[in-house]
Write a protein that binds this ligand. Sequence first.
Ligand code: CAO
Length: 431
Amino acid sequence: MTQLLIPDLGNTNAVDVIEVLVKVGDSVSADQTVLVLETEKATVEIPAEYDGIISSMQVKVGDQVTSGTVFGTIDVQAGAEQPVVEAAAEKPAVQEQAVQKQASPQATPDISTNTVTKPEAAAVLSAVVRSNDETIPYAGPAVRKLARELGVELSQVRGTGLKQRITKEDVQSFVKQRMQAPSGTGLGVPAVPEIDFSQFGPITRQPLNNIKRATARAMTMALLNVPQVTQFDEADITELEQYRQRINAQNSQGGVRLSLLPFLLKVLARTLKDFPTFNASLSPDGSELILKQYVHLGVAVDTPKGLLVPVIRDVGDKTITEITQELQQKASIAREGKLTLADMQGGCFSVSSLGGIGGTGFTPIVTPPDVAILGVSKACMKPVWNGNEFVPRLMLPLSLSYDHRVIDGAEAARFTQRLVVYLQDLRDILL
Ligand code: CAO
């Protein structure tokens, strides 16, 4: 059994043991760090010096040691009786390297003096000396090893140990925090700072209902995941509006009253057939497009409790009157808060129409799994140049937001242009 001694630490007073890295029965190699000491200026790792099995440890974290303190015993492996430091002492290049690891002259511990005896050489050659400079993370070898294994940059970890030393728990909770942070960007989303508004004047608090909360989640998810662009266009609906007015006049004695929106839905269904990539979803891994053979359209409905989006199925197969009736029925069920989940599932593409309210344009948000959404603002009379003169035309503002991972700008412009053509002359969708 051989004693394990603290090597000469130079002129240093008693120093703290801050890590004990082995226990009785552990098999160690000569260059393996078994203790970590902390001087005022540096952290010093003490190697075993022999290959063998630890038979006792006589110090614990918090104890103080000085040069020559016996800190344990080792059953030296047969043939390894000579401390390995003897061989190491003959390697001045290594000595230089160890000293270079010190960050500043102030941080240089006395163990690097020129009068290097064998035990001193052990400290210089085998100890990894680190400055206590604030810019260098302050952690023991076990913690550094753990950080390396987990790919953690120690300079980003806040140490909670003695003198801000980074502990294993600090590394683990750093990893836990990162895992819990929102993914996608890899940077996480900075939190909105909490402000006490009452310091500026009186306030009241109004809890958000479930619909508003669900909308908030869906919109945040959409904006964080989808790179979105909005394409604007205008359709001349002068003739369409005249037609609608005529039908409504005919139906005034009890028939179905048509709004503009069902015409738009019908035209949109046809345009989606023409441009199948708009009637699609991106697979979760982003490797393929899932094209839908059906056209089910979601229609955003403004309800007293918030935004709801019932779905009208197989729009292309329905007449304008059927679409009108279904839209009116679903919008009224939505406002009564009686929509079922099935009423809101299966949509391929949504329309958000604010035309009945007002506004000249807006940018609707594409919510995955959809790859586009159409916004409709209020049609208004505008002077339009017909090649000879300005003529008054009823122009409908359209805004198509699309997922730029799936749809290119040129396709989006062609899509809205096709909508414009169909809206200008409904007969084209019969072809
Ligand atoms: N331009 C001009 N007039 C329009 C128009 C437009 N783009 N869209 C509708 N109108 C007209 C209608 O034709 C109707 O006119 P008449 O009274 O002459 O028939 C009138 O405005 C009222 O229409 P409406 O809004 O009641 O009905 P609609 O079929 O157009 O829309 C619905 C139904 C459910 C979509 C609508 O009531 C609604 O809730 N809109 C809000 C949607 C919303 O909140 N979107 C935002 C989502 S993101 O937060």
